[in-house]
Write a protein that binds this ligand. Structure first.
Ligand SMILES: [Zn+2]
Ligand SMILES: [Zn+2]
Ligand SMILES: [Zn+2]
Length: 306
């Protein structure tokens, strides 16, 4: 994987941050005022990091046996858990609100499915399709804006990076100096059976364009774990409303979204609070969302990323 170094930078605004690894180039607006660009290795996909026992690039989920061009919820095993997720244009149909108010997990068709590549249940796996630009914001360091209008419900990009264990996430967080940015996002999913899945993604050293997204309390993107080939979810970001060209793209690092089901709002907390909260989550055997699933964002200190 090619690494992206400050020395590679020039004043050419057409430089592609992804080094050709994405379907479309990720632009950088390079201003004279900016002297330092973070060094990191660009990866469009999650990679296996310390403590992660599953390689996210391996196919670990079963496929459906649909013979149609596109799958339908009535007979597709991939769509049976969550219902139809996307319309024929790949737009999120709804926010999958359940009686509990929580999101259901999303499963896309994968490499083992017998449906076609054109199946409407393949969206996040197609990768970046929109022209995005990383730019230097006035007060909040680097940010990401869109160079084209984005309709509500459109998949925008992933928040991809190293998938690490909780212990590694905690170790990295403790090793951070106060001036360091924290990029680690933790997502906890409760299955109806009482089973809890936690996923920690750190794009600090290896990551995609998602690492440059700023936080906003009224964001225009929302995050949702989506599973494609692997049981390790991808942290997908969708447009929560219609977004105009040139708007900055933001999401709520704590998982909230004004129109979204109430994922637990988690703010900056002490390490002890993280431990307590985590223990609470793990010990909670029954899940109030019954047969459905719910998603929470873990109380890591994710208040300041950029
Ligand atoms: Zn399919
Ligand atoms: Zn199917
Ligand atoms: Zn399928």
């Amino acid at each position: 994987m090619p690494s992206f170094k400050t020395s590679d930078m020039s004043s050419d605004i057409h430089v592609d941050l992804s080094n050709g690894l994405e379907n479309v180039p990720v632009s950088i607006e390079w201003s004279i005022a900016v002297t330092k660009f973070p060094e990191f290795q660009y990866s469009p996909d999650n990679i296996q990091g310390p403590g992660c026992t599953i390689d996210p690039s391996e196919v670990t989920l079963p496929g459906c046996s649909c013979l149609s061009r596109s799958c339908f919820p009535e007979n597709c095993s991939c769509l049976q858990t969550c219902g139809q997720t996307y319309d024929t244009t790949g737009t999120r149909l709804n926010l999958n609100k359940t009686n509990s108010g929580y999101c259901s997990p999303l499963f896309e068709c994968n490499a083992l499915c017998t449906c076609s590549d054109a199946c409407s249940n393949r969206v996040v796996q197609r990768g970046l399709r929109l022209r995005l630009e990383v730019y230097s914001t006035e007060k909040r360091g680097w940010g990401v804006r869109t160079l084209e209008a984005i309709p509500h419900g459109t998949f925008v990009c992933e928040y991809a990076g190293e998938v690490i264990s909780f212990e590694e996430a905690r170790r990295r967080q403790r090793a951070q100096r106060s001036e360091d940015n924290n990029y680690i996002i933790g997502v906890r999913e409760h299955a109806g059976t009482g089973c809890v899945t936690e996923t920690f993604v750190d794009p600090a050293m290896v990551g995609n364009v998602g690492r440059f997204l700023n936080h906003a309390c009224q964001p225009n993107l929302f995050m949702q774990p989506v599973r494609v080939h692997s049981v390790v979810p991808r942290l997908a970001l969708f447009a929560g409303r219609n977004i105009d060209a040139q708007e900055e793209l933001t999401f709520d690092y704590s998982g909230g979204y004004s129109n979204q089901p109430p994922v637990e709002l988690l703010s900056k907390q002490s390490d002890a609070a993280i431990q307590a909260s985590r223990a609470d989550g793990l010990q909670r055997k029954e899940c109030h969302c019954g047969a459905n699933h719910c998603v929470q964002f873990l109380p890591l200190d994710v208040s300041i990323i950029n």
